[in-house]
Design a binder for this molecule. Structure first.
Ligand SMILES: [Zn+2]
Length: 339
């Protein structure tokens, strides 16, 4: 255990994680958690020894654990805690090691390194052989590729909007300490930017698509709210608040909290009452495609059209022909990229 300390100091965020895991481990037989073959069996140690080990090796304050979990810790509890702590510390050190190994070497390099490893009989790198600068540069390159996608740009702008909104609250909040209630407030704030009119039960325009001059509110559709919550959850996840919410401890990903799910349910219900129809694209069926294709061919037969128009028509006819023959979704085909 003392060896682990050098590799992995137990940070405060890990401490919360530990408690969550400890509470879930209530019904787990400690023997199942024992993946480790240590010189000393943890079960044989006394409470004082275990407490000391947890404190010295992982910086875990037992009194704090007892205060948060609201129970007096028995020897069995301490053993369970130790196992979870060791497991988490091991996971952290292996994930740290994995990070440096992550980039997949090119086939040629791989063959080379395989050769090298077979000759010296060990796959470990010597310290001087790791090109950490090159690896870092490659990781930055891959990260920036991810950030350049449309979805990620949307997420970045949503993130700054969230940060702005939270900072305007009293007391001001941030991504680190916002709660499910704050997330619901943000959702209501975003709702005012919607484009779908939610008619009241008495309104004469109820069930009709489009905007009318009645004073019924304009909101986001339930589908948009659903995808918005998904994006907010991803922002919190990337920020380091995990994927789940723990109501009992009040920690985790606030966008995954049950109250946020209930908000979405209520929005769905409200919109079903006001007969809001989900928008669908007009389907483009095969017979329509052949009519389109004939029309474009007819236009192309005109010898007086400009080169630019001819190019556009040719491009379109190729697209529609490809669509008709492959049966792909038009959206998928449209996002096809070429040099
Ligand atoms: Zn109305």
């Amino acid at each position: 255990m003392s060896e682990l300390k050098q590799d992995c100091p137990f940070a405060s965020d890990l401490f919360l994680d530990l408690i969550v895991k400890f509470q879930k481990a209530d019904f787990v037989d400690p023997k199942e958690l024992n993946f480790f073959k240590e010189g000393e069996g943890l079960e044989t140690l006394s409470c004082e020894n275990l407490e000391q080990n947890l404190g010295k090796s992982f910086n875990i304050d037992i009194e704090k654990v007892a205060a948060v979990t609201k129970k007096k810790l028995t020897q069995r509890d301490l053993v369970t805690l130790s196992h979870i702590a060791i497991e988490m510390a091991n996971q952290q050190t292996t994930s740290k090691k994995k990070k440096t190994k992550d980039p997949t070497p090119s086939p040629a390099k791989k063959a080379k390194s395989d050769e090298a490893s077979s000759t010296c009989g060990s796959k470990r790198f010597k310290d001087g052989n790791v090109n950490s600068e090159g690896i870092d540069a490659r990781l930055v390159e891959l990260d920036s590729l991810l950030q350049s996608t449309k979805y990620s740009k949307q997420k970045t702008s949503l993130k700054s909007e969230m940060v702005n909104f939270f900072s305007c609250l009293t007391p001001s909040k941030s991504l680190a300490d916002s709660t499910p209630h704050d997330v619901r407030m943000f959702l209501v704030h975003k709702d005012t930017k919607g484009k779908t009119q939610i008619h009241r039960a008495t309104c004469v325009f109820r069930g009709q698509p489009g905007r009318f001059k009645c004073d019924c509110p304009v909101r986001l559709t339930a589908g948009s709210v659903d995808s918005l919550i998904g994006q907010i959850r991803a922002i919190y996840r990337d920020f380091g608040r995990g994927t789940d919410w723990n109501d009992m401890l009040g920690i985790g990903n606030p966008a995954a909290a049950p109250v946020v799910k209930r908000y979405l349910e209520a929005v769905r219900l409200e919109q079903s009452f006001s007969s809001v129809l989900p928008k669908r694209a007009t389907p483009l069926l095969l017979d329509k495609l052949s009519v389109l294709s004939r029309h474009i061919t007819y236009k192309l037969s005109n010898t007086h059209i400009s080169v630019c128009d001819k190019y556009i028509l040719l491009r379109d006819i190729v697209f529609f022909n490809l669509l008709a023959h492959t049966g792909d979704r038009a959206g998928d085909l449209g996002s096809l990229m070429s040099d």
